[in-house]
Write a protein that binds this ligand. Structure first.
Ligand SMILES: Cc1cc2nc3c(=O)[nH]c(=O)nc-3n(C[C@H](O)[C@H](O)[C@H](O)COP(=O)(O)O)c2cc1C
Length: 411
């Protein structure tokens, strides 16, 4: 029998997601000056909730306010004031829709102009060609740094639970710290945290075990994992299968499958190695391979914006359909699909000569939609280059605010 995207799913912890359509994480850059959720951010999530998604995974929330993925970001730490986080989680009606906080540490993917810590398993800088000098030089982590990171992921999860979220998703994809540990290209440590996949996965596994111990059995604990890094010598699909096999021993409620990193942005549909990605549902064939190993539900995200593609994902026995860009453009897409399955949101098509600029302009265009929805305005098409210029101006302003409030004080 073919599953409809509107069929509920019971997670291993017993919580039920009312349908299979999940808003994937998008960093909204709508944090306030204190790195807390703003009222615009809360409004944006209210719109997604009303638009009929089964669950919303928040944009990444940092476990350390001195290690941010970008300006206008959000951090949740042991001593953070929870009021606005409570507002954020309370947009979901009881049981109607789940809200899951994505928690993250950028590792080496930190902009130089932003400042703060750029920690990594090994001191290997990003290779972004002529754009490499935009990023900070990373420092190889000590044992004490690793212990600190584990503690921070656990503290942030406990705070998310206290603030009323239904769960957390640990970000181990897209080239951020935990992905850097998983990848043999970026993790060249000779100790217990590097070498074979068991060692490279030790940090992720330790964090998951300790989070579960801290939050109990009912809270959702999920992971976002790359199917592969799409780089020669990087984290492979065989590595991903081994990690999922290890995660089978823990109580993980679902694993989201994605791919790529800043150097090879496969999550935007562009690989950098011999693999050609599908034009829609980019990682579906990888997810199907991983499904053979996974004992927990899998979700696949990347390149899904049509009802027919969402149905194809479910027909492939992948349990959840993750969508980011499509829901940024059309927050009420699930409601449309309830009555008109042929409805398609108009996604921005960005093609510039430089692949980094294309990636930045795509992100800028999507972020502009997020900001307009957050401010209660309708989405309007805008040229990607104009979006990029406006976005860079906004980010520069937010960056200045962050440096003044945090980095200058820490130095
Ligand atoms: C503006 C923007 C911000 C994003 N921020 C995050 C993030 O914070 N965490 C994350 O895991 N993925 C992030 N992503 C990636 C998406 O979750 C998703 O994996 C990717 O966009 C592919 O899905 P799509 O084709 O449905 O957009 C972001 C994507 C966009 C466009």
């Amino acid at each position: 029998m073919l599953l409809s995207p509107f069929t509920p799913l019971k997670l291993p912890n017993g919580q039920v997601i009312k349908n299979r359509l999940v808003k994937a994480a998008m960093e909204e850059n709508l944090g306030d000056a204190e790195l807390k959720p703003s009222s615009e951010l809360v409004h944006l999530y209210r719109q997604w909730m009303r638009g009929g998604v089964g669950a919303m995974i928040t944009g990444n929330v940092m476990v350390d306010h001195l290690a941010m993925t970008g300006p206008g970001g959000i951090a949740l730490e042991a001593d953070s004031e929870l009021e606005m986080f409570r507002e954020w989680s309370s947009v979901v009606d009881k049981g109607e829709c789940k809200i899951i906080m994505q928690i993250n540490h950028p590792g080496r993917q930190v902009y130089k102009r932003q400042g703060g810590k750029a920690l990594a398993p090994s001191a290997i800088p990003l290779d972004m060609g002529k754009h490499s000098n935009l990023f900070a030089e990373p420092v190889a982590m000590t044992e004490a740094d690793i212990e600190d990171i584990i503690k921070r992921f656990v503290q942030t999860s406990k705070q998310a639970q206290k603030a009323g979220f239904n769960g957390v998703q640990v970000h181990a994809a897209h080239g951020y710290l935990l992905n850097q540990f998983l990848s043999p290209k970026t993790n060249q440590r000779q100790d217990n945290w590097g070498g074979g996949i068991e060692n490279r996965a030790r940090l992720l596994l330790t964090i998951i075990k300790q989070i579960r111990q801290a939050v109990g059995a009912d809270f959702i604990v999920a992971v976002k994992l790359n199917s592969a890094d799409f780089q020669r010598g990087g984290f492979s699909c065989d590595d991903a299968a081994e990690v999922i096999n290890m995660l089978n021993q823990e109580q993980v409620d679902f694993v989201e499958i994605s791919g790529g990193n800043y150097e090879a942005p496969a999550m935007q549909g562009r690989g950098a190695d011999e693999h050609t990605l599908a034009r829609e549902a980019y990682f579906l064939t990888f997810a199907q391979q991983l499904q053979k190993v996974a004992q927990m539900p899998l979700m696949v995200t990347g390149g899904i914006s049509n009802y027919s593609t969402a149905s194809k994902v479910l027909a492939s026995k992948v349990d959840l359909v993750g969508m980011a860009s499509a829901l940024a453009i059309q927050p009420d897409l699930p409601l449309w699909w309830q009555s008109r399955t042929e409805f398609k949101p108009k996604l921005p098509k960005v093609k510039l000569k430089d692949k980094t600029m294309t990636a930045l302009a795509t992100m800028a265009t999507i972020r502009r939609h997020l900001s307009r929805h957050g401010h209660g305005k309708f989405s309007r098409p805008i040229h990607p280059v104009v979006s990029l210029v406006l976005d860079q101006m906004k980010l520069a302003r937010l960056n200045k605010r962050y440096r003044k409030n945090y980095i200058d004080k820490a130095n």
